[in-house]
Design a protein around this ligand. Structure first.
Ligand SMILES: Cc1ncc(COP(=O)(O)O)c(C=O)c1O
Length: 416
């Protein structure tokens, strides 16, 4: 049976608690927490009368804009190797389906990778992430993990990398990416590089994609759910290697698309074209949202570290991943596994977070995936105001949210 995604279950649990009048601090649901850029609403309404079926691959205009987006990031691309879809989740599934064999995942990594792999009867080869960043397997552990998987009869063919990553909100640096690409070449592995958070990496200049180093074996997925806060509009995109193998995989993914989702919503194509063309208002919007995410993530990071957690400093997106193994905080709560920790936080303090085991982590590490973007405001107007403030930490809902999180993590009385 395929269970409902842990993130969606958490969201529904919070909605239920709020409906019962409980005050909940939402650090659980992975949304950007920002409004739609006003210009996009105008573009959307101008095209709302379009109701024909779309081209499965997406219109040439939108794919052409997407190829420009990749090319400006040092990944030369042409429109023929670009594919649009209703969200990158669908593309990841179709890609995993087309790339036969088993998948190497970083532990922890985004919930959906393992869930989709299991739906496709694939084994997941879990490899701990390096100290420097989540979302990628530690290159030092990768070769022996591949050897053991093969000895156990598995057939790892695909490395799935995410940077910046969910759950840790960190970016893998150049050296790690180079080492992983080197192993992928030696062992003839395909790479899927999930770059949905790429434009939210806090250091845009030094970001390195595996597609820059090994374009012949790297599939890049991206979309507008995070950088443009358009999760509910469902706009995803992929770039395929520009060679015969990439073409064959692409035809298979297009085949799946044609039988399952047909294409992205046609009235959203002009929105996607506009965003991927990156006019100055889009660039400014993404910059402002990135700065806001960085400011608030850093604050929550301090609170977690002060509470005794081990936690990488965030370097992208709107997540942090503290682990509370052997911490005074966990002792005071009287818990020793991540699910009981997240359960206590919700039941006693109304703090909603997801346990690391939902991301494949070991329960005793007591990891929590903390979303930092859900306290920007109570409505679109206040969220927009927060984004535009010189010091967003002074925005009322951010201030209030941070104070409440601080109160809980700094002052939990003993449960024993
Ligand atoms: C790492 C990662 N990849 C992909 C997605 C899904 O993106 P989309 O909205 O394009 O399906 C998410 C959303 O939470 C994510 O965290």
């Amino acid at each position: 049976m395929v269970a409902k995604s842990a993130t969606l279950v958490m969201n529904e649990m919070m909605q239920h608690a709020v409906a019962q009048g409980r005050s909940v601090i939402n650090l659980g649901f992975g949304e950007a927490g920002l409004p739609v850029m006003p210009e996009l609403r105008k573009i959307l309404s101008a095209d709302s009368a379009r109701n024909a079926y779309p081209a499965v691959q997406g219109s040439y205009a939108v794919r052409n804009a997407l190829s420009g987006y990749f090319t400006r990031r040092g990944i030369p691309a042409d429109a023929d190797h670009c594919l649009m879809a209703p969200g990158s989740k669908a593309l990841l599934f179709a890609l995993l389906q087309a790339l036969k064999g088993d998948v190497v995942l970083s532990r922890p990594s985004w919930v959906t990778y393992a869930a989709q792999s299991h739906m496709l009867n694939k084994h997941c080869v879990w490899v701990d992430a390096p100290e420097s960043a989540g979302g990628v397997p530690d290159p030092k552990l990768l070769v022996s993990a591949l050897d053991s998987a093969r000895r156990a009869g598995q057939n790892p063919t695909t490395l799935l990398l995410t940077s910046p990553d969910n759950p840790s909100g960190t970016v893998a640096g150049r050296t790690v990416i180079e080492q992983l690409v080197h192993i992928a070449k030696e062992q003839n592995l395909a790479i899927i590089s999930d770059e949905i958070y790429r434009d939210l990496a806090y250091d845009q200049v030094n970001f390195v994609s595996p597609a820059q180093l090994a374009p012949e074996r790297t599939f890049v997925t991206t979309g507008l759910s995070k950088s443009m806060a358009l999760g509910g509009w469902r706009i995803g995109a992929a770039l395929f290697p520009q060679n015969a193998w990439g073409d064959a995989v692409m035809q298979e993914v297009i085949g799946t698309a044609s039988e399952i989702w047909s294409g992205m919503p046609i009235f959203l194509e002009p929105v996607a074209e506009y965003c991927f063309s990156e006019p100055s208002d889009v660039l400014q919007w993404v910059n402002e949202s990135r700065q806001l995410h960085q400011r608030v993530s850093n604050e929550i990071h301090h609170i977690m570290v002060d509470a005794g957690a081990s936690c990488r400093k965030p370097s992208g997106a709107f997540y942090i991943y503290p682990t509370f193994h052997d911490s005074e905080f966990a002792h005071r709560l009287g818990v020793s596994e991540d699910e009981s920790l997240s359960h206590e936080l919700f039941e006693r303090f109304g703090i909603a977070v997801l346990p690391g085991s939902a991301f494949g982590d070991l329960p005793q590490r007591m990891g929590l995936r903390v979303v930092t973007s859900m306290m920007y405001g109570t409505d679109d107007e206040s969220r927009m105001e927060t984004m535009r403030m010189a010091d967003p930490l002074q925005a009322p809902s951010v201030k209030d949210g941070l104070e409440r999180v601080h109160e809980v993590f700094a002052g939990v009385p003993s449960n024993r």
